[in-house]
Write a protein that binds this ligand. Sequence first.
Ligand code: UD1
Ligand code: CA
Length: 464
Amino acid sequence: MQNDLHIVVLAAGKGTRMKSALPKVLHKAAGLPLIEWVLRLARSLDPASITVVLGHGAEAVRAAVEGPDVRCVIQEPQLGTGHALLQAGPALEGATGRVLLLSGDVPLLTAASVRRVLDAQAARAAAVVVATAEVPDPTGYGRMIREDGALARIVEHRDATPAEREVREINSGVYVFELAPLFAALGRLGSANAQGEYYLPDLVDIYRRDGRVVDAVKLDEADEIRGINTRAELAEVGRVLQGRINGAHMTAGVTLVDPATAYIGPDVRIGQDTILHPFVILDGSTAIGEGCELHAGTRISAATLGNGVTVFNHSVVQASTVADGAQLGPFARIRPESTIGEQVHIGNFVEIKKSQLGKGTKVGHLAYLGDSTVGAGVNVGAGTITCNYDGRKKHRTVIGDGAFVGSDSTLVAPVRVGEGAYVAAGSAITDDVPDGALGIARGRQTNKTGWVAARVSKSDPAGR
Ligand code: UD1
Ligand code: CA
């Protein structure tokens, strides 16, 4: 743990331009709420504490972020960024070292860049070091005003003179502060500005007048400090985050046929030589083995796939395990708590729920297996349905190793089809079928010879 490092994340702002009932920092980019990206960065720095300042939508944000290593404080009303940081004062009572300030809506910042700012603060024992960037269009941002090259103050866009607005070096809103003088100095901020707010950047001017060291570190990638104000920016930043994730998988030996349409969550693991076709979505804690091929339109959520698994187009796998060499789809749906054995073949329009399928079992077409335990080497014919629900409770179906279930059978649970047993096509099986037996449960066929001709002559005696 970095005992001297305390992180404060500002997340009280309203995010009016999102036009949303959801607080801005809870909107997701590349699979995670914006603030979660910021908290992951924060945790990666191994700080002594993390404090999040809440305001708008406080309870929803608190529910999403509060935990053993994250505490929350409330800023009410929201009187500006300086006032926001001030609210963290009581939480940091007695703490020593320095404070890294992050924004809950700036998810692209990397640990490497933050370390540069931390190092700059340590090198000069600065009271504050501001992370900055040079951007082509600085509209809306605070401008870094330098005198003889040295940082003098930061002026907000709305308060800037035309000459100051020409400055393209902007305040990122990320700072490292020496903790000792911080909260006393925040108490001295005024609000005589265009927005009538307590501006945190004004601290630079206060410190400089006090004769303290103030400094700025210009980051190489201006993209990293992009904040999100609109849905369009949310989408753009999502693309950048997704690009980083996808790039890392490609570097590690995964083929993405079309990286622009590969949606891979931040916690997904993928083995070498696996191929993802366009529009594949992998999310949650999904882990994919080596040498798998996932065809277009597949979605795998919180599932584990072994090696050499093929998933054909437009299949969905949720919270289940699929063993090596299995083949699924196209249009297969594996619902939660299922275990698909090695070399299992599941074909088109098959739904599996809360079921275990043994090695080499085949369910080729148009079937529903729910709450079932199916052995190895079983053949489940087209149109087979487990009737697992009696209107009140779910019941299990058990099918033994090597069994053969004929097409269009209904298995009315609870029921067991024995090892090596056969079920005749079209049966409604309500009683157990013993091992090695044939279960046949359907009306007998009778053929009425000459019936068609007889009906025709009766209904149309003239024979026209
Ligand atoms: C701020 C900076 C500006 C900088 C820009 C970078 C100030 C006055 N200006 O401007 O110099 O270029 O960030 O993006 O700081 N917040 C609170 N409570 C408040 C106000 C804001 O928690 O009372 C939070 C917001 O939720 C957000 C962050 O502080 O996470 C920044 O606030 P925002 O209103 O976006 O600041 P800007 O006007 O963009
Ligand atoms: Ca503002």
